[in-house]
Design a protein around this ligand. Structure first.
Ligand SMILES: C[S@@+](CC[C@H](N)C(=O)[O-])C[C@H]1O[C@@H](n2cnc3c(N)ncnc32)[C@H](O)[C@@H]1O
Length: 333
């Protein structure tokens, strides 16, 4: 979870995970949740179903140790014993990440190399990604934990849920990262093609990403689009407000996205009011801009509004969201 969302994450988890006993912060973006019987699999099911928006990555903790007392060999030993008993497949992904500053003599690359060497000597085929199971090591300035579970139960296949994206030269806004990250974590059920409506599109980052994915995109914003986006043949700019467009259009879209700076309840109501512009079981993506106060209450109210017309397929505070949450919606009709 994000460092400044730990309090919200704790409240969310204790509301929904009945057997949660304690949540102990161990690093800037990491906490250990002690439960009576729930595993990472149960937790990721709850996170996806309820949904809980703050957890980005979960794993079953199988060892915790103090890395300042230990060298690299101890790290590798801990990883080795973590999977010795439980893992029968020769393939395993190894994920090493850090939460907070480095305070140890070795860095994460050296820790990865040494643990991979030890596992390799024992006959494992070790990869960074792609295996069904992952063993993970999270270092914090206080401690290190080793986790082991199926990648499918981790919420994210990225180490610690830290999706890393590089900035392409054609990027027109940093907001693009939010949509790109979403598409890495959630597969939209469209192949190449379809039609999209982008509310609050300027300067055109989301429009560009959607067009790159094959959507013919209508970009609605009173503000200017970047000329590189405007000149695309698959983009039309409607220089007006979302409300005006909604009242005047009789078109139907496969997807409506909304990244406007607006209170979460108003943004949610706009998505509901836009359902007549969606094709049957069409989809929506909305950024709920909560700010930092009363976040859970705002999300509860917004989700209640959205559920009048949509199922919420995915809702999460992405790594590239700041004080906001991204939700993916599917229209009920
Ligand atoms: C955060 S920016 C969107 C960035 C965009 N998603 C991108 O990737 O480049 C929010 C935009 O919403 C627009 N906006 C605010 N209220 C609006 C409204 N009622 N109708 C349409 N656009 C609106 C603003 O003009 C602004 O350009």
């Amino acid at each position: 979870m994000a460092a400044d969302s730990i309090g919200n994450a704790k409240e969310e988890i204790f509301r929904s995970v009945e057997d949660a006993v304690e949540m102990r912060r161990i690093g800037a973006e990491c906490a250990i949740v002690e439960t009576r019987y729930s595993t990472a699999e149960d937790l990721s099911d709850i996170v996806n179903r309820v949904p809980l928006v703050f957890p980005r990555h979960v794993t079953n903790v199988v060892a915790e140790f103090d890395p300042s007392d230990s060298g690299l060999a101890d790290v590798a030993d801990a990883v080795d014993s973590a999977i010795r008993e439980q893992h029968r497949s020769p393939e395993v992904s190894l994920q090493v990440w850090q939460s907070g500053k480095t305070v140890y003599e070795f860095n994460r690359r050296e820790a990865w190399d040494e643990a991979a060497r030890v596992l390799g000597d024992r006959g494992f085929q070790v990869s960074r990604t792609g295996a069904e199971y992952a063993v993970s090591v999270c270092y914090t300035p206080k401690t290190a934990v080793v986790g082991f579970n199926r990648v499918a139960d981790s919420l994210s296949s990225w180490p610690g849920g830290e999706v890393r994206l590089s900035r392409p030269p054609e990027q027109v806004s940093r907001a693009e990262f939010k949509l790109e990250e979403l598409f890495k974590e959630y597969d939209l059920p469209f192949g190449d093609g379809g039609t999209a409506l982008d509310y609050g599109a300027a300067p055109g980052g989301w429009t560009r990403i959607l067009a790159e994915r094959g959507f013919r995109t209508t970009a609605v914003d009173p503000g200017d689009l970047d000329p590189t986006v405007l000149k695309r043949p698959d983009v039309v700019h409607e220089r007006t407000t979302a409300g005006n467009y909604l009242r005047s259009s009789d078109r139907r879209f496969d997807l409506i996205v909304n990244d406007m700076k607006m209170s979460p309840d108003r943004s949610s109501q706009l998505m509901i009011d836009s359902i007549p512009l969606l094709k049957r079981h069409g989809m929506g993506i909305v950024t709920l801009k909560t700010g930092s106060r009363g976040v859970l209450a705002q999300l509860d109210a917004s989700f209640a509004i959205l559920r009048r017309g949509f199922t919420i397929e995915f809702a999460r505070q992405l790594r590239h969201n700041r004080n906001e949450v991204t939700a993916v919606l599917r229209s009920l009709d």
